[in-house]
Design a protein around this ligand. Structure first.
Ligand code: PEP
Length: 254
């Protein structure tokens, strides 16, 4: 069975004290309320990664991740953080190509392919984000856009490497807007992405890849999304900033 993963991306929110408080609450609530097997990933800002990773180290259900990394291994790149550094503080995942990175920081597919390589070289798992804008959906170019993001970002990888990747489908029009893709819309795209991977690699491999949905996921819509055959979890933004709403999303994963 494919691995189910619920990840909470804090973006640029929470002081260290607030973040540690949230992680402690999450950890206790999950212990009391969730017996399922989904992996829960906490993705705080870089400066909190070491402390968060230490706090969850003895909880096998929890993992930590970073929101971005450099495509370089080390050197004179002021302000950047390498995948190796992220791994050295105990993280397992790195988000690559979040739409906010694509939109505000000019990250494009070729650059993201290099970041994917950096993450894999460090022995970590990329969470590779893809998704169309509202304009692209309205002019019906979304399948083309997604195919380009997936093929240019990932299809240079070999079979063993692609198996380490988690894909997150995040329609840009649904991120932080309160507008969620319908389950039918999300399922259609998840099946499309799995089909692209099957065509490039093979069906058995495609069936192993975890594909998360992201875009205004809440406790109220999570169970229906998770019941769709190709939706293997969620990448959550706003609702991951409070323990109650995030734990309720995790509990929606049967
Ligand atoms: C995200 O940041 O990846 C995200 C999906 O945000 P939100 O849940 O707030 O839409």
């Amino acid at each position: 069975m494919r691995k189910k993963i619920i990840a909470g991306n804090w973006k640029m929110n929470k002081t260290l004290e607030e973040g540690m408080g949230l992680v402690s609450e999450l950890s206790n609530m999950l212990k009391d309320e969730y017996q399922g097997s989904a992996e829960v990933v906490i993705i705080p800002p870089f400066v909190h990664l070491n402390a968060v990773s230490k706090l969850i180290a003895d909880n096998p259900r929890l993992a930590s991740g970073a929101q971005n990394c450099s495509n370089h291994k080390s050197g004179a790149y002021t302000g950047e953080v390498s995948a190796g550094m992220i791994g050295s503080v105990g993280c397992k995942y790195v988000i690559i190509g979040h739409s906010e990175r694509r939109q505000y920081f000019g990250e494009h597919n070729a650059w993201l392919a290099q970041k994917i390589d950096a993450v894999l070289t460090a022995g970590l798992n990329p969470i590779y984000c893809c998704g169309e804008t509202l304009e692209e959906r309205e002019n019906n170019s979304h399948f083309e856009v997604l195919e380009k993001q997936i093929s240019e970002g990932l299809f240079h990888l070999n079979d063993d490497q692609i198996k380490q990747v988690v894909v997150a489908y995040e329609p840009v029009w649904a991120i932080g807007t309160g507008k969620t893709a319908s389950t039918a819309q999300a399922q259609e795209i998840h099946a499309f992405i799995r089909g692209l991977i099957s065509k490039k690699y093979n069906e058995a491999l495609a069936q192993e890849i975890t594909i998360q949905y992201g875009g205004s996921v809440k406790a109220e819509n999570a169970a229906e999304l998770f019941a769709a055959p190709d939706i293997d979890g969620a990448l959550v933004g706003g609702a991951a900033l409070q323990s109650r709403s995030f734990v309720d999303i995790v509990k929606a994963m049967a």
